[in-house]
Design a protein around this ligand. Sequence first.
Ligand SMILES: Nc1ncnc2c1ncn2[C@@H]1O[C@H](COP(=O)(O)OP(=O)(O)OP(=O)(O)O)[C@@H](O)[C@H]1O
Ligand SMILES: [Mg+2]
Length: 346
Amino acid sequence: MSAGERAHDDRLLLDVRGLTVRFPTPDGVVQAVSDVSFQLHRGETLGVVGESGSGKSVSNLAIMGLLNRTRTVISGEVDFKGRNLLTWSSDELRKVRGKEIAMVFQDPFACLHPMYRVGAQIAEAVTAHSDIGNSRAWARAIELLDHVGIPNAKSRARDYPHQFSGGMRQRAMIAMALVHNPDILICDEPTTALDVTVQAQILELIEGVKREFDIGVILVTHDLGVVAETANSVMVMYAGRIMEYGPAFDIFSRPQHPYTWGLLDSMPSIDRRLEALVPIEGSPPSLLTPPSGCPFHPRCPYRFEPCATKLPPLEAPTAEAHLDACWLPWDKKVELGTQRAKKVAA
Ligand SMILES: Nc1ncnc2c1ncn2[C@@H]1O[C@H](COP(=O)(O)OP(=O)(O)OP(=O)(O)O)[C@@H](O)[C@H]1O
Ligand SMILES: [Mg+2]
């Protein structure tokens, strides 16, 4: 898509191109995120998956302008509604962060102060950037808590965070994120700490919020199952790079990258009792010294001659929007990918 066409895509919220993040440390430079490009549209949930340390959070922190600029080297472009966020001043970013782009973290205490009533914290967020009076802000807080499914919101607003269950705290965080009617909601492992039933409810809430407010959602998770249920598109990351990226249906029906196959094999399928889970052997590399060539090659059962030396480009083998970064020949990807797809089909 050319720049001209991009300008006309009014559903496009975020256009990230070549995002690269480096952390200089005493031990060397951590290559946390390398050449990450993706788009997010209104009404879309982008699932970002990958093992621990693959650069999921750092990518989103870079987008939010939450990385310390003096200790981080960031390059690339992050166009938000047509303007590159990476060139914004800290003051400009502060106006966007938490408002037009809001974030929900795994740990609710990252956002909720344990010593203040939940309702008061939301009301404070309401008054912080508007001239609404305290009583109207309190009413708005109750309205938001009610909206995200807190029962008896009026009285529960007076509770402290520890009086809420884990699921309710997560709902309160979502309420907090909605205070300023954001365009983008970034959810980083929003359900990892919750049990399965509550997890499903929170995902449902995020989906509902997305539809109702017509926003874009980035859903970061270790769990391909979570992504399978809610995402429209999926980005699979490994060692700071995108291994595979495309529409969710395509990723699950014909995954193209051996790393994605590994994730699928290690994920419980519909009939978990009958299937042995096969974890990916080995562990992710140090990002101080990532492997040459394809970063996944040392763990890849399908590696062959070019993998150790040449970095495979992220591209679509066909004309479709389903990209992968792997040297395997196309017919091999189709054959092996189709076998994997059967495992999760249900
Ligand atoms: N401030 C920092 N300084 C140095 N290295 C960092 C810093 N923050 C993150 N990293 C490194 O960057 C890499 C990517 O980290 P990131 O937190 O994005 O991973 P992740 O995919 O979110 O993992 P997880 O699933 O565990 O949350 C890791 O190797 C991490 O150690
Ligand atoms: Mg993370």
